[in-house]
Every structure is written in structure tokens, then in C-alpha cells.
Design a protein around this ligand. Structure first.
Ligand code: SAH
Length: 194
């Protein structure tokens, strides 16, 4: 499997983050999380890239994303995978993200409104899972919905301190966890709320 690392980095560099924001557009160039309304944030760009690279996306893969938010991360996932199944619980954010991603011409993104903390059972298994809100623990439903050879990136911890984990399921179904970074994400609401 060829790594798409170089292509992902150059695509990411030419992305216009302000396109995914409705206000504070002049701040989009800074490497910070920024408010997008409803007490939610568009993630820090360097972290979006780090998390995407950690997933080692392949062009034919099926990806689950929890927390569509602005759609910025969704666009990057959709550009380098086969299809993306993304879940957002706030309807207005979902509508805006869907509109933006449609304008960009993506046809491989499937949207779901609701609580994604238990994954998307009907569409499982997934090759890659990206969680962009922090959970108190790794949802067991997500581990079950992950393919053998699959990878998941997820922030785990309390509401003020989390570790970003890479979880890999090997060919025999065994799980391996790597600590990537210390991070601060908004909470994943629902069953695994921190
Ligand atoms: N990747 C997004 C991050 C948005 S912040 C971006 O960069 O724009 C995290 C998002 O997760 C918020 O939009 C929030 O509403 C959503 N979220 C939180 N808990 C959720 C849940 N249980 N199911 C679906 N979405 C959730």
C-alpha cells in the first residue's frame, strides 16, 4: 500500500480554511481552534493534518467520522479515501457543512444527523475511524465497527485534558494503542461524555 502522505500534505496546504467558517474568517490562517457557533470549534489545522496522516488513508477505504462540525476535516478525509460516513448532532452545523462540501464537488460523503457515539452500525465495518470530539473512554461500539487492519484516531480523557490515541486492529483482531499527543477537544456528547 502506497502512502498518500505527500499528496495529503500538499492538498492540506492549499485548503482555504476560511471557506469552512461563517465568522472570524480573518483568523482562519492562524494555527488555533476557532469558534463555529453552538459552543463548537473548527479544530486546529496542524492537528487536523496530524490526525489525518496518522490514519494512513488509502483511496478505496471506507471512513467513519464523528463530529462533522465545519466539514473541514471531512473534506480532507473525503479527498483521500473511498467514502466518508460523517455524523453530527447539531443540525445547523450539519446543514452548513453539507452545503460547503457539496459546493466543493464531493460526492463520496454520507451525512447523518444524530448522536454518533455508538457509531453507524448499518454501514459498518469501517477501515478508518476519525473522532473529532473527546470521549471519556474508547466507545466499544467503535472498536466493534472497525475492520481488521483498521485504524482509529480518538481523543480520550476529561473535559480539560485528553490524550490523542491511535488504535490499530491487526489482522488477527488484536488492538494496539499508540499515544500521539496531548489535546483539548470539545466533548463527545452522549454515552461516552467526559
Ligand atoms: N472536525 C470538526 C470538529 C468540530 S468540533 C471541525 O474541525 O470543524 C466537534 C463536533 O462534534 C461538534 O460539531 C459537535 O457538535 C460534534 N459532536 C459532539 N458530540 C457528538 C456526538 N455524540 N455525535 C455526533 N457529533 C457530535
Amino acid at each position: 500500500m502506497k502512502s498518500q502522505r505527500k499528496e495529503i500534505i500538499s492538498y492540506f496546504r492549499q485548503m482555504d480554511r476560511s471557506f469552512f467558517m461563517d465568522s472570524n474568517k480573518e483568523l482562519a490562517i492562524f494555527d488555533h481552534a476557532l469558534p463555529i457557533g453552538f459552543e463548537q470549534t473548527i479544530s486546529q489545522p496542524s492537528l487536523v493534518l496530524e490526525m489525518t496522516l496518522a490514519l494512513d488513508l488509502q483511496p478505496d477505504q471506507k471512513v467513519l467520522e464523528l463530529g462533522t462540525g465545519s466539514g473541514f476535516q471531512t473534506a480532507l478525509l473525503a479527498a483521500f479515501s473511498g467514502s466518508v460516513y460523517t455524523i453530527e448532532r447539531i443540525e445547523e452545523l450539519q446543514n452548513r457543512a453539507q452545503e460547503r462540501l457539496g459546493q466543493l464537488g464531493f460526492q463520496n460523503i454520507h451525512f447523518k444527523l444524530g448522536d454518533g457515539s455508538e457509531g453507524w452500525y448499518e454501514q459498518a465495518p469501517f477501515d478508518r475511524i476519525m473522532v473529532t470530539a473527546a470521549a471519556s473512554e474508547v466507545p466499544k461500539e467503535l472498536l466493534e465497527q472497525m475492520n481488521k487492519g483498521g485504524k482509529m484516531v480518538i481523543p480520550v480523557g476529561s473535559s480539560f485534558s485528553q490524550e490523542l490515541r491511535l488504535i490499530e486492529k491487526d489482522k488477527s483482531g488484536k488492538l494496539h494503542t499508540t499515544l500521539l499527543n496531548e489535546v483539548l477537544f470539545v466533548p463527545l456528547k452522549g454515552k461516552y461524555e467526559n
